[in-house]
Design a protein around this ligand. Structure first.
Ligand code: ADP
Ligand code: ZN
Ligand code: ZN
Length: 742
């Protein structure tokens, strides 16, 4: 028997199987997925690698085959079925096998595992919130910061608390003395949420929920595994359906994975699962240390838990008998990885489900075009929840035409209608959320006389101003002082345009001097807990108005918000991107849904220069079907995903000439081998950002109805690149059905 090994070096030319013989002392110790040490290269340097299979015969001269040296120390073996999934991912998304293997094994055992200390919350949610208010009132910031973090994740690594949250020992001790938290140290795999007892569920499902549950269960109990799309507005009771079905799947002796976008992984959401499944649930999030994540993976592998909740990477939880994968908010763009392999969690979930005999449930109020399209082709099954579970009315929506506003002499960013409604809310002591769907810092600097735009010398993007008086590149971090005269024409009329969140905040403060205003954007949320801090302050009604970028409309529920304003709804509409209409619709629909989540009815104002655009019209009327019909017709006409498939080939290089040549050759080669008549090849083109950090970029698009044809093309291009020395200094990456046009 020979061992097929993938060497742990990311290099296209080493991306193949190397065969080694197995010494007798290792026989029986090696399995698919084991991390091993082998001699590699001419110098026989000891190198790590993963065993991905066995072979009876050797493809090389058996006399020259080297031996596996040993199993790697402190190694974490990859489950054989996850190795199979990695193979599928490499095939479907490109990149090297080692990159794919590392994606399905996102954690490593910690070096030198010592006894770890942890900080555990002792209060329940209500007590914790009261205490938090108290600290905030007393302006005890460090205490508040620690408690807020614990309210989010009730057990935290001690090191993480002292280092990342910069909490001193004395603060921890003070909270310990007050009975807020306890310190503990253990060595076994711990449960990050302790002392959580199950609560009996008393909820009676609505008619719609029951129908969805029955439909799924009729299939599942007969061994039929499929992908279901639960389409239901926020508040329609999707989460309750997930919980019921997970419960049934667990009773069959199987386990479930629940993916939730990191931003929506709030204390309330997570607690709903704990209340049902007690300590059989675990959670992954970026707050957990590497070692804690490892522990959670081991608990899953050992059968100590049944449910894993987490963002994208939780998809690779090594459960022994997976039965169900749930992807909540399946339309979220964060489900697509931006690193090689650039996989989409939805597709990988379906693939894993097929391999391991598990079903998949996708949930969304605004399903992706992909999901609904696959319902229409019969690939997925749609389950609908049309009404809110708690008979709340949907908000009243007003669309304001900003052109009319201008005609009537209002040049400000707040229309008269919105102004009145904000006034009204301030009087009623209800809250308002205002957002622009673009980042506050995107205000570039240009000359009003000659039109010169200040750009980063290393990247093909304009610099943005910061209040501190500096200009910053958001791609590479380059900074320079703000210019006062134009370097082109010497004019003093150089400055920044367009309103960002900062300017809106300043404007609002002038218009509503008594209002308490909070701002949330990239600048105010730089530190790790920035998000949480601002959102919990707003939830505690410490402010009347929250201004921000689109990040404010995601995730959180604020019962006292009865007014939502989209200040310039079309800012995302004319982005040079085929998903712009979809993104705008989703964002506005979510935003509108934020108004009136409590007992009071909500209102929403959408300000726009294009009130007739279908994304805006259908978002205002909350009509998903109408939006889908328009959008899919456009995608069909243009041959864009999901009707056809699109492969972006990203070529990058430090030398512009080399890049031009290489991308030209790639295109020629693609034309030559792309025999399918329906294949369209576009480019090489300069992407929107043609240079990042002194590396130039080009992109070639391949379009075809069949995904498999694009995989074949990718394979051929990969082989071409491997044997062609012209590509030694050129990087080529593949992105299937990209989220952005580059
Ligand atoms: P979604 O996940 O679709 O946003 P949730 O499952 O969170 O919806 O439900 C919204 C609210 O309605 C939650 O507070 C939930 O507890 C409640 N709810 C859901 N289903 C029912 C039901 N059948 N009876 C009473 N309340 C329900
Ligand atoms: Zn000028
Ligand atoms: Zn730059």
């Amino acid at each position: 028997m020979y061992a097929n090994i993938i060497i742990d070096i990311t290099h296209e030319k080493l991306d193949k199987i190397f065969q080694y013989s197995i010494p007798s002392d290792l026989e029986g110790m090696l399995k698919v997925g084991t991390e091993v040490v082998v001699p590699f290269g001419r110098a026989n340097r000891e190198t790590k690698g993963y065993l991905v299979g066995f072979a009876e015969t050797c493809d090389y001269d058996p006399a020259k085959v080297k031996q596996v040296l040993r199993v790697a120390e402190k190694s974490v073996a990859i489950e054989a079925k996850l190795v199979a999934l990695a193979v599928w991912m490499k095939d479907h998304y490109g990149g090297t096998m080692i990159q794919a293997l590392k994606t399905v094994l996102p954690i490593k055992k910690e070096e030198n595992v010592r006894v770890r200390r942890r900080v555990c919350l002792l209060l329940d949610e209500k007590q914790g919130k009261e205490k938090l208010d108290f600290y905030l009132e007393k302006n005890q910031r460090a205490r508040a910061r620690l408690l807020a973090a614990l309210l989010d994740t009730p057990v935290l690594d001690y090191e993480l608390v002292t280092k990342k949250l910069s909490i001193t020992r004395s603060v921890i001790r003070a909270l310990e003395e007050q009975g807020v938290l306890a310190l503990e140290s253990e060595q076994v795999y711990r449960n990050p949420i302790k002392n959580r007892t199950k609560e009996a569920r008393t909820l009676i499902h609505t008619e719609e929920q029951r129908r969805a549950i029955d439909c799924f269960w009729a299939d599942y109990s007969r061994g039929i595994r499929r992908t279901y799309l639960i389409h239901g507005v926020t508040g329609s009771g999707k989460t309750e359906v997930y919980i019921e079905l997970i419960d049934r799947v667990i009773r069959e002796g199987r386990q479930a994975i629940v993916l939730i976008p990191e931003i929506a992984l709030t204390y309330q959401t997570v607690m709903r699962f704990y209340k049902c499944f007690g300590d059989r649930v675990s959670i992954m999030n970026s707050r957990l240390s590497q070692g804690e994540r490892y522990d959670q993976m081991m608990r899953a592998k050992n059968g100590d838990i049944d449910v894993m909740i987490g963002p994208r990477s939780a998809l690779f939880t090594p459960f022994p008998k997976l039965g169900l994968i749930v992807i909540d908010e399946e339309h979220e763009t964060t489900y697509k990885s931006e690193q090689v392999p650039r996989y989409h969690a939805r597709e990988v979930a379906v693939a894993r489900g097929e391999m391991e005999d598990a079903s998949v449930i996708l949930g969304s109020a605004t399903p992706s075009l992909e999901a609904t399209y696959r319902v229409s082709t019969g690939e997925y099954v749609r389950l609908e929840l049309q009404n809110r579970a708690t008979s709340q009315e949907l908000p009243q929506v007003y669309v304001v035409d900003l052109r009319e506003e201008l005609k009537n002499g209002n040049r400000s960013i707040i229309s008269n209608r919105l102004h009145e409604l904000i006034e009204d809310r301030l009087q009623k002591k209800e809250q308002t959320m205002l957002f622009i769907n673009r980042r506050g810092w995107a205000g570039f600097v240009s000359c009003r006389e000659c039109g010169y735009v200040v750009k980063c010398p290393h990247c093909d993007v304009s610099l943005s101003t910061h209040r501190g008086g500096r200009m910053v590149c958001h791609y590479c971090g380059y900074e320079q002082p703000r210019l006062t005269t134009c370097p082109e024409c010497g004019s003093g009329h150089i400055g920044e345009f367009r309103a960002g969140t900062q300017q809106i905040e300043t404007f609002l403060q002038k218009e509503f001097p008594d209002a308490r205003i909070l701002r949330m954007d990239m600048d105010t949320t730089k530190d790790k807990d920035g998000h949480e801090r601002i959102l919990s302050a707003f939830a505690n009604e410490e402010a009347d108005i929250l201004v921000g970028t689109q990040m404010i409309v995601k995730g959180h529920d604020f019962p006292n918000v009865t007014l939502v304003g989209a200040l310039a709804a079309d800012m995302s509409l004319y982005a040079d991107d085929y998903r712009a209409g979809e993104r705008t619709f989703q964002l506005l629909t979510q935003a509108v849904g934020r108004a009136g989540r409590g007992k009071k009815k909500g209102e929403a104002v959408i300000q726009t220069y294009s009130p007739e655009h279908y994304s805006i019209v259908t978002a205002a009327s909350q009509d998903y079907e109408a939006f889908y019909r328009e959008e899919i017709a456009y995608r069909d006409l243009m041959g864009y995903p999901p009707v056809e498939n699109l492969l972006a080939v990203l070529v990058s290089c430090e030398h512009e000439e080399l890049l031009d040549k290489a991308s030209h050759y790639l295109r020629e080669y693609a034309l030559r081998v792309g025999r399918s008549e329906r294949l369209t090849i576009i480019g090489p083109a300069s992407p929107g950002v043609g240079k990042i950090n002194d590396v130039y970029r080009k992109v070639i698009y391949l379009k075809e109805e069949k995904y498999d044809t694009l995989i074949e093309m990718k394979n051929k291009l990969e082989q071409y690149i491997e044997v062609n020395s012209g590509f030694n200094k050129v990087r080529v990456q593949f992105d299937f059905n990209p989220m952005n046009i580059f």
